[in-house]
Design a protein around this ligand. Structure first.
Ligand code: HEC
Length: 123
């Protein structure tokens, strides 16, 4: 029992999981759930979209701020993406964090404060 405790302690000690990494993982996991609820219907689980109805979002060039506004307010171009007023700053932050990791290959939190700012500055 003592050995087990020691082992657990050691693995925490040596895993070098920083606070930032833990937060990134939390945001990403939550973001995936939100993606499944709010986005997957159209853009599909792999983000590839659906024929010419829904665009692929795998290689989007939009900034995190632009993504935040798009998620909340939708977009009407050749197609139509509805607004989603249910998404709060935290949701948007988690969604962007998830998208970054999944398709941007970048493990970095998009902070809730930044999402909040972005949402206040949508045009
Ligand atoms: C009802 C279907 C639908 C849902 C739900 C939806 N989208 Fe979209 N999305 C679209 C359509 C259609 C477009 C293209 C709009 C246009 O023609 O400008 C689009 C565009 C986009 C783009 C822009 C791609 C680019 O680079 O130009 C991104 C990124 C995106 N959606 C992400 C999301 C995310 C994230 C969610 C969930 C929060 C979501 N979408 C929910 C249909 C949807």
């Amino acid at each position: 029992m003592k050995n087990l405790a020691l082992l657990i302690f050691a693995s925490f000690f040596f895993s070098c999981t920083s606070k930032e990494e833990i937060l990134q993982q939390q945001y990403s996991v939550e973001g995936m759930a939100l993606y499944q609820t709010h986005c997957e219907n159209c853009h599909q689980a792999d983000g590839a979209g659906l024929r010419n109805l829904y665009p692929s979002i795998q290689k989007t060039q939009l900034s995190p701020e632009a993504l935040a506004c798009l998620m909340r307010y939708g977009k009407k171009g050749n197609g139509y993406m509805p607004a989603n007023s249910k998404l709060q700053a935290l949701d948007v932050a988690e969604l962007v964090t998830y998208m970054r990791e999944k398709w941007g290959n970048k493990k970095q939190v998009f902070p809730t404060d930044s999402a909040k700012m972005a949402l206040q500055n949508c045009r």
